[in-house]
Design a protein around this ligand. Structure first.
Ligand SMILES: [Zn+2]
Length: 749
């Protein structure tokens, strides 16, 4: 019988067990038994201790929105005043335990008898106060109300009177909606935003009792506007760092203005806006997190461009990085996202539910959304049960879903500037480039079952980084001198670093440095410009001098002298005792010429350093992105080996078992909540989940703070209590099965 340590080594040498995706793989089943046997025999797992628990918070002192746990929206259409049964609408959300609903004021079409000029009444309104009737129906059921506006589009009469309100193309012509050419796009720098939108907000405040205001369609998500109107022509060129600063200044000027107007009637009212865009965001997420009372993630489902099932969780990690526990909700579209789309037809229940699961698991508030009460309550009613069942289930367990903080000890630096502004290396100019990098590191972290958080590039202060034993910088190309210094100080304080490719090669203005910004820290020096691939990509030759202490990086590689490299690489000056060296790329076709003319160089493919407790590792190639593009196992194994090496093979949370899962662990008021999402599915990266493929036992281990006793563990989906084993600080239990999602709610005393 293997003991646990030797077992882990042996399994790592073959393939990390957690990367096995096949639910019925007999090797995995055997491995799980071995692990269980080793654990029973008392072998200590390699666990890092959890931090001491936070002091209890007084809920009474929290703003009202912090207590909201469920958000509902039937997104109203122009036709709804003619056909919607308001009582039925309000009853649905009330019975589903929604505590707040969105009701449309809009700005494109008024849902009430607005007197604001150019606020066109919907053609089925007929003088009726539809908005007011909806507000009354919601308030009668003790639901709060968000007044929803749309400042992004307006009609020809407004354009005629105010040509300066329109976004313009380079040749000066007006930008119109792609789908409805009668609507022009409004420019966020124009007085449309200073005059027209505030007039509507003040009118609403004067007529109704709403709890807060929201703008849909502004600011833009994940990209920056390109407008050539008279005002914008004087701004820095679109998509440059200087433009982004001007854009941010304008967003936050308007945000504060609208927030002040919201508070004119009720001090606890506020303004919030359409957000999302994952790590790209739109507005600077650090600044946003400091002023926003509500992060509204308009991240409603998978799209053609973004087909991975974990898109909602990824957004949740972004919110966790910037909101510091303040309210964040993610919208789940009950209708079909993707292209072409059917905005008024339900998506598959498994798909919708997984998006809701991810919302909750990643620490956000579930928000369920369907278009048009007409269609939603008459033509297609399939969406209703999915959302209502999920909402009612969460309502039974609110205490366990109210997160206090993530316990993760690996931080992934989300370089928002890089994501928005860096166009990729000279060899690949593509907006998809940074997205592919993000997906590569994310996928690799999930398959390795690491507990990790995102950390915003503008939040690298030591107090925040102290939680993390390692920081990962997946080609974070743009870093300011200050950010480089903060990363250096983190390393000097004992933190470990993994970085790749062009990390720190550019400053915050996208000016290329003569040398990497982290050159001294990582022990690297640039020897030329980026080298791409034409045919065969480069290889990484294994140079393994005897007794090389860095050999754990090569765990699992046998019977080969080289490994796959990456699509693009930065040439480096030689280092002492390189572990992997570059075999330059060569011809792939014709096969007659597919051999390396230069079989060996002294150019490092990876550089490792060890300084006190901290370790650093730098990959010269864009390894995360190339892994995402190819799925090559060498790259995945290298990333896992690198993370294991810099974290000294210790984990703050260990979940072992078969399958492809995503996991979160939160400190909660009752104790802890371990969330396990089952992505083991043929549709994990394409299409919708059409059915669920349940997983077998998952062994969970963690090392609790001293003097903490576990009172009980409950599985919230299976609705059963679990036996557990606590010896001193070590806690172990087995989740016997995961269908789509399971939450182990740990209560401590
Ligand atoms: Zn403009």
């Amino acid at each position: 019988m293997l003991n646990r340590r030797t077992f882990l080594k042996a399994s790592a040498a073959v393939i990390p067990m957690t990367t096995a995706i096949h639910a019925l793989d007999p090797a995995s089943a055997l491995a799980a038994e071995e692990v269980a046997a080793a654990a029973v025999s008392g072998q200590p797992p390699q666990l890092a201790p959890l931090p001491p628990r936070l002091a209890p918070l007084s809920l009474a002192a929290e703003p009202w929105q912090q207590k909201i746990r469920r958000v509902g929206q039937s997104n109203m259409t122009e036709h709804d005043p003619a056909v919607m049964n308001i009582e039925e609408w309000a009853d649905y959300w009330h019975r589903a335990d929604a505590e707040i609903v969105f009701i449309s004021v809009t700005g494109i079409l008024a849902f009430y008898p607005s007197k604001v000029k150019f606020h066109r009444h919907g053609k089925y309104l007929n003088g009726r106060d539809f908005f007011g009737e909806c507000v009354t129906a919601a308030k009668n059921r003790n639901m709060r109300v968000v007044a929803r506006m749309s400042p992004d589009l307006n009609w020809g009469d407004a354009l005629e009177a105010h040509p300066e309100w329109a976004m313009r193309t380079k040749d000066g012509s007006v930008q119109f909606s792609g789908e409805e050419p009668r609507l022009f796009k409004t420019c966020m720098f124009s007085t449309y935003m200073d005059d027209y939108i505030p007039a509507i907000m003040r009118e609403i405040n004067s007529l109704y009792d709403v709890d807060c205001f929201y703008t849909n369609g502004w600011p833009p998500l994940g990209s920056l506007p390109e407008c050539h109107c008279a005002i914008c022509s004087k701004l820095p060129a679109a998509s440059t760092p200087a433009y982004w600063r001007a854009f941010n200044d304008r967003v936050f000027e308007l945000w504060e203005k609208y927030d002040t107007i919201a508070k004119e009637k009720k001090p606890d009212s506020f303004f919030f806006a359409n957000l999302g865009g994952n790590v790209r965001g739109g507005p600077n997420l650090d600044r946003l997190g400091k002023i926003a009372a509500w992060f509204q993630a308009d991240n409603q489902g998978r799209t053609y461009d973004d087909p991975a099932i974990w898109g909602c969780s990824l957004q949740g990690r972004v919110c966790n990085a910037i909101m510091d526990g303040k309210f964040a909700a993610n919208v789940t579209a009950a209708y079909s996202t993707g292209s072409p789309g059917w905005r008024n037809a339900s998506k598959s229940p498994d798909e919708a539910k997984m998006w809701l699961n991810e919302t909750l698991a990643s620490g956000m508030i579930p928000y369920y959304h369907f278009i048009g009460s007409e269609d939603g309550f008459c033509e297609d009613r399939r969406w209703q049960k999915v959302g209502a069942d999920f909402f009612r289930w969460t309502a039974q367990h609110d205490a366990h879903f109210t997160t206090r903080r993530s316990i993760a000890d690996i931080g992934v630096v989300m370089g928002q500037s890089t994501q928005l502004l860096y166009p990729g290396p000279a060899t690949v100019r593509s907006r998809a480039y940074t997205h592919e990098t993000t997906q590569g590191i994310y996928d690799a972290l999930l398959r390795g079952r690491y507990a990790f958080d995102f950390v915003h590039e503008d939040r690298l202060e030591p107090e925040r980084l102290r939680q993390y034993r390692a920081l990962l910088l997946p080609n974070v190309a743009m870093l300011s001198d200050r950010q480089c210094r903060q990363i250096l100080e983190y390393s000097q304080a004992g933190g470990s670093i993994m970085a790749s490719f062009q990390t720190g090669l550019y400053d915050e203005n996208l000016n290329e440095r003569a040398e990497f910004g982290l050159a001294d820290l990582l022990g690297i020096s640039k020897a030329g410009d980026v080298i791409g691939t034409n045919g065969n990509a480069y290889y990484a030759r294994i140079e393994a001098p005897e007794a090389n202490p860095q050999l754990p990086l090569l765990a699992g590689f046998h019977n080969t002298n080289w490994l796959a490299g990456a699509e693009n690489r930065m040439p480096l000056k030689p280092v002492q005792n390189p572990l992997l060296t570059v075999v330059p790329g060569f011809v792939r076709y014709p096969p007659e010429l597919a051999y390396p003319p230069v079989p060996r160089t002294d150019v490092p493919a990876v550089v490792l350093r060890e300084m006190g407790p901290g370790r650093t590792i730098y990959f010269a190639g864009d390894i995360e992105r190339t892994y995402w593009l190819t799925g090559h196992g060498d790259l995945l194994q290298l990333l896992h080996n690198a993370i294991n090496w810099i974290t000294r093979d210790e984990r703050i949370l260990s979940v072992e078992g078969e399958g492809f899962i995503e996991m979160f662990c939160w400190e909660t008021a009752p104790g802890y909540a371990v969330h396990l999402l089952n992505y083991t599915n043929p549709n994990a990266c394409h299409g919708w989940l059409q059915s669920i493929h349940p997983l077998g036992p998952q062994i969970v281990r963690m090392k609790l703070p001293q003097n903490l006793r576990v009172q009980s563990i409950e599985l919230l989906q299976a609705a059963q209590t679990l036996p557990f084993d606590q010896r001193g600080e070590l806690l172990q239990f087995t989740v016997p099965r995961i269908t789509d999602y399971e939450v182990a709610a740990i209560t401590v005393i």
